[in-house]
Every structure is written in structure tokens, then in C-alpha cells.
Design a binder for this molecule. Structure first.
Ligand code: GLP
Length: 240
């Protein structure tokens, strides 16, 4: 894995936004995998700034988000879809966005539809990932076995607490289930870039990079990827 360390989260965000802009200049039809959570917010701000100053063209790109809560419709203010609209989709010209529908009548079909859509788009070129403090990526939670493909999953209490900020600060209001791209969906991306910032992520960053590949730390599977990068701020990297 390639590890890059930046002084601050903002410097990381600026460098990654410029990197994405360069990829788009070379491949306007880039297929981007996108995360939610607090970590990518500076990146989305930076992409919006580049867009405003005419330095990035996302108009022919396609995006696929990693996950969504079950039972939360796309226009619900607490959905990841709304999060993406607020932080990115409404701020840049981006026509082909894809987010799982957590309120679909048939969730298994919705997962299959999503896998087909990714395949039809030619697969994901650059998958940006956040890191759950318990080692999850997307909503692939630590478990004795992991799902390969997009699936319905149960959220751990720690993950519901981490997402409480979207639900008025109440972990009990966070849905118990979610839809998520699977490990193979993520690992089949041509390039994976995991971003983690803040001191709270340091222990997990250490286990992901230096520990064994284990389903108890789903992010550790990135060690098996041909082109995985981990971009950190200084405090997230202290244990390396
Ligand atoms: C959620 C998302 C993950 C994300 C994680 C980390 O659980 N499903 O994709 O990486 O949160 O969130 P944060 O960036 O807020 O620490």
C-alpha cells in the first residue's frame, strides 16, 4: 500500500481534489466511487471550489456511492443521498450519480441492480473510501465473514453512534440496517484511495496497514489490492 501523510486534513483534501481533477482531464468519463461521513467533507468542498474556478470538469464522469441506510428514502434529509446532494451533487455539474435506494421495495433486487449498473459503467476507476473507527469500509462491518457483493447488512452499535450526527445526535434513531457495496465491489476498483484524518482513527489505521488481513478489520483487505493508497493527516498516522 502506498501511504501518504499530510500536515492537515485540508492539505490532504486539496491534494486529492487536484489528483481527481488530473484524472478527469486524462479520462473525462472517469467512474468514481464516493464515500460519505465527515472525513470527505473537505474533499467535496475542495472539488466544489475547483469547479467554481473552472479547474475541474465532472460533466462526463459517473459516480457510485458506497452505501445507504435501509428504510431511508433518497430525499429524506437524513439519507446519504441528501448528504451527497448537499456536499457535492448540487454544487458541481455532475449528471451521472448513483446512490443505492435504501427505501426500495425489494432490497435484494436493488443490490443486484447496483452491481449491474457498476458493471455497465465499466467498473470503478477510482474508489475513494473513508474508514470506520472499527475498521469498516462502506458498511462492511467487522465479522467472521464478509460479503463480496452489494448487500443488506446490520450496523454495529459503534457505527450507529458514529452516524448519529445525521439523526439529530441520537444513535437510537440511526437505522439498524444499511445497503453497502461488498468487498469485491470495492476491491475490483482499479485504484482505491482510503482517506483517514484525526487522532481517533490512528489505532485503526495501524491495524489496517500493519496488522494481518482479517475480516475483523475489513479495511485490512486493501493490503491485497494492486493499487491501494492510504492518505492520512499527521495525527492519524502517528502509530505508523
Ligand atoms: C460511515 C460510512 C463509511 C465511512 C465512515 C467513517 O459509517 N458508511 O463509509 O467511511 O462512516 O465516517 P467518518 O468519516 O465520519 O469518520
Amino acid at each position: 500500500m502506498i501511504v501518504r501523510v499530510f500536515a492537515t486534513p485540508d492539505q490532504l483534501a486539496r491534494a486529492l481534489a487536484r489528483d481527481i481533477a488530473r484524472c478527469l482531464a486524462k479520462h473525462p468519463r472517469l467512474v468514481l466511487g464516493l464515500p460519505t461521513g465527515r472525513t470527505p467533507i473537505p474533499l467535496y468542498n475542495e472539488l466544489s471550489r475547483l469547479y467554481d474556478s473552472g479547474r475541474i470538469d465532472l460533466s462526463r464522469a459517473t459516480t457510485f456511492n458506497l452505501d445507504e441506510f435501509v428504510g431511508v428514502s433518497s430525499n429524506d434529509p437524513r439519507s446519504y443521498h441528501t448528504f451527497m446532494r448537499e456536499h457535492l451533487f448540487a454544487r458541481v455539474k455532475l449528471r451521472r450519480t448513483n446512490v443505492l435506494d435504501g427505501a426500495a421495495a425489494d432490497l435484494d433486487r436493488e443490490c443486484e441492480r447496483y452491481e449491474r449498473a457498476i458493471a455497465r459503467a465499466g467498473g470503478i476507476d477510482v474508489q475513494i473510501l473513508g474508514l470506520g473507527a472499527n475498521g469498516h469500509i462502506g458498511f462492511n462491518e467487522p465479522a467472521s465473514a464478509l460479503h463480496a457483493r452489494t448487500h443488506r447488512t446490520r450496523l454495529r452499535p459503534a457505527t450507529r453512534r458514529a452516524n448519529a450526527f445525521l439523526f439529530g445526535g441520537r444513535a437510537s434513531a440511526v437505522p439498524r440496517e444499511a445497503l453497502s457495496m461488498g468487498m469485491a465491489t470495492i476491491l475490483h476498483a482499479r485504484r482505491a484511495v482510503l482517506i483517514a484524518t484525526g487522532a481517533a482513527k490512528a489505532p485503526c489505521v495501524e491495524r489496517m496497514i500493519k496488522g494481518p488481513v482479517t475480516p475483523m478489520v475489513p479495511a485490512s483487505f486493501l493490503q491485497l489490492h494492486r493499487h491501494a493508497e492510504v492518505w492520512l493527516d499527521r495525527v492519524a498516522a502517528v502509530r505508523l
